[in-house]
Design a protein around this ligand. Structure first.
Ligand code: ADP
Length: 613
């Protein structure tokens, strides 16, 4: 049952873990882990030549950009940068003189990478015009592919049969003076650097954003103060727009900041430069961990209980919640949604199961224990009377010299009391075994009159002591089926209670009626009665009404539960009606086979009075 529920939790968690909603949640978890684990200390190996607002104003707008770049780039490159990555679209021919000057400026720079872009509506590459392409060491795509946060960038992009590496990757390769990029299905190799960017993820890598902003100098500043270009010495230069009104929107980073495209590409370069890559955990890992967590929760609640179970739950939950962080510290990203949802689902299900089912079982076993103790109490209590008689008689016999007649009397007394004791124990044990399903009921037919008269006879002795009358109606001739002794015990118990819970000199009535294959034996008294609450509980083991307890009448509250069990085992039922202070009627309804021949002993009697004072 529990394992079925947990298997269900596991399947739900796995399916949810693969949903779009979970992917988004995982993305947010990534952002949080990334933002809180960034550490300072990295020296940027790139710098931005920023086309900011001030530069645009000063140069008289973007149409003069190429001319200004042609003027500034030689200064930048005089500072000996390692490479220059240009995140600008140079896909149209403009003023031939200016273009020639810019191409000449590019020629003076080491390793120029020019940007290329996929024009979405045509799905074709928008490449630099031939004059610029000629002077470029490489072309690189400038896509950032936010989703909607720029967490990772695909290192390759292909459309219309043409593929380009990312601008930053090309700049990185050129800065390392490495040859062509080597490809395997799982990674790329640039010189000595291995980049775990598999084909399955379009060769994308998580951007390890540098903690502080990438250093930058504006175009305007370099044109005004040539020495400002010294910042680019030994670095990879990224040229691009940083102004607010730049055509390309700023994109969201995992740290919750908006960042320009050129800065994001510079950060991708820094990631490659650092050579530390966060990688997605294997697809099977969250599934296996979720399975482990669900099974763990199941074991905790199946085998532990009380505070130990809760401490273990807390421990497991803590480990589960810390696992993605630990993995992230060793550069593995595990989307936690599947794991967390599976674990919590399993916790709720297992805890509820524990609460409602296992606790229920535990309570039952506690109740069984106390029932056992009470049973012992019952046996000893009920045994006391015959035992006292036996002890008393045997003591008298051993102490005094008795004549034969007396000796015989005492010996008979010992014999009959020990027999009673034996049958009492037997009855009790039989009922216990019947209730536990360990014993089969006898299936003998016997006359109703036999059992009823035998129990009435026994009860008569008790009634006499309290000077009570006992009226018995005609006992229909016919047969019951089952265990005669048990039924006698049941009737006797009801009669015994009727006497016990009634004041002296009141009356008891026993009336039988037959209808539709059943006999109803009603035992009516004029005793203390019971209220509605008592009526609901009197067949529970060890239940005694408050009135019975306070009256000082001794009892154990087990008799009726045994009677009920016996009657049930005989396919019968007991109805009870009662009124406080007025009396009670216990009616036993049992399957009955009436005889064709009239039982002469009792059948003729309309109303026989067994005892009348
Ligand atoms: P015991 O008599 O040993 O207490 P029983 O199981 O025979 O145990 O009865 C359970 C309780 O039902 C009694 O304690 C008493 O409160 C109530 N009860 C049973 N029979 C009668 C009755 N005839 N009149 C009033 N109360 C009764």
């Amino acid at each position: 049952m529990l394992s079925g529920l947990l298997a269900f939790c596991f399947v739900v968690a796995v399916l949810f873990g693969w949903s779009r909603a979970a992917t988004q949640l995982d993305g947010q978890a990534y952002d949080w882990m990334f933002a809180t684990s960034q550490t300072a200390g990295w020296q940027a190996k790139s710098a931005l030549l920023a086309i900011d607002e001030a530069s645009l104003i000063e140069m008289g707008g973007a149409r003069n950009l190429r001319a200004r770049l042609a003027e500034v780039l030689p200064r930048v490159c005089a500072a000996k940068p390692l490479a220059v990555a240009v995140d600008l679209m140079l896909s149209t021919d403009e003023d031939p003189k200016v273009d020639a000057a810019l191409a000449a400026a590019f020629r003076k720079c080491p390793s120029v990478v020019l940007g290329t872009d996929i024009v979405r509506k045509d799905s074709i590459w928008e490449e630099p015009v031939a004059d610029f392409r000629k002077v470029a060491a490489a072309l690189g795509h400038v896509h950032a592919d936010p989703d909607p946060v720029s967490r990772r960038i695909p290192l390759e992009k292909a459309v219309a049969g043409k593929r380009y590496w990312a601008l930053a990757l090309e700049a990185f390769r050129l800065s390392k003076q490495a040859g062509p990029i080597l490809e395997t299905p799982d990674d790329l190799e640039v010189g000595l650097t291995k980049i775990p960017a598999g084909r399955a993820t379009a060769r994308s890598v998580y951007i390890n954003y540098v903690p502080a902003a990438i250093p930058q100098v504006s175009l305007k500043e370099v044109s005004k103060k040539p020495e400002a270009a010294m910042l680019f010495s030994g670095k990879v230069v990224f040229v691009g727009y940083t102004d607010q009104s730049a055509a390309r929107d700023r994109l969201m980073t995992p740290m919750g900041q908006l960042m320009t495209g050129v800065e994001i590409h510079a950060n991708l370069f820094e990631t490659l430069q650092q050579g530390e890559f966060v990688q997605d955990a294997a697809v099977s890992l969250p599934v296996l961990l979720t399975l482990g967590a669900v099974v763990g929760m199941g074991l905790i609640f199946a085998f532990l209980s009380g505070w130990i179970a809760w401490v273990a739950t807390f421990g497991l939950l803590s480990v589960i919640h810390l696992t993605p962080r630990w993995l992230f510290a060793s550069e593995t990203f595990l989307g936690p949604t599947m794991l967390f949802s599976g674990t919590w689902l399993a916790t709720i299900v297992a805890a509820s199961y524990h609460h409602f089912v296992i606790r229920g079982q535990w309570k039952k076993s506690e109740a069984d224990k106390s029932r056992y103790q009470q049973a012992i109490h019952f046996v000893t209590h009920e045994m006391k009377t015959p035992l006292t008689a036996i002890q008393g008689s045997s003591e008298i016999m051993s102490r005094y010299k008795l004549d034969d007649e007396k000796q015989k009397q005492f010996a008979q007394m010992i014999h009959s009391e020990s027999k009673r004791l034996g049958s009492m124990i037997q009855t009790f044990l039989d009922v216990e075994r019947l209730a536990e399903g360990e014993m089969e009921l006898k299936q003998e037919p016997f006359a109703l009159s036999g059992v009823l008269l035998a129990s009435l006879e026994r009860a008569r002795v008790l009634a006499e002591r309290k000077e009570m009358t006992m009226n018995v109606g005609a006992i229909p001739a016919g047969q019951l089926k089952g265990d005669k002794e048990l039924l006698e015990y049941a009737f006797y118990n009801l009669l015994n209670n009727a006497v016990k819970y009634s004041p002296e000199r009141t009356g008891i009535e026993c009336l039988c009626t037959v209808e539709g294959g059943k006999v109803r034996v009603a035992i009516r008294d004029q005793g203390m009665g019971m209220d509605a609450v008592d009526l609901k509980k009197i067949f529970d083991r060890f239940y005694r009404s408050k009135r019975a307890e306070e009256s000082g009448i001794s009892g154990t509250g087990i008799g009726l539960s045994i009677v009920n069990e016996i009657v049930k085992q005989h396919q019968g039922r007991i109805d009870v009606e009662s009124e406080v202070g007025a009396g009670s009627v216990f009616t036993v309804v049992l399957p009955f086979t009436p005889s064709a021949t009239v039982d002469s002993e009792v059948g003729n009697a309309n109303q026989r009075t067994i005892i009348t004072r």
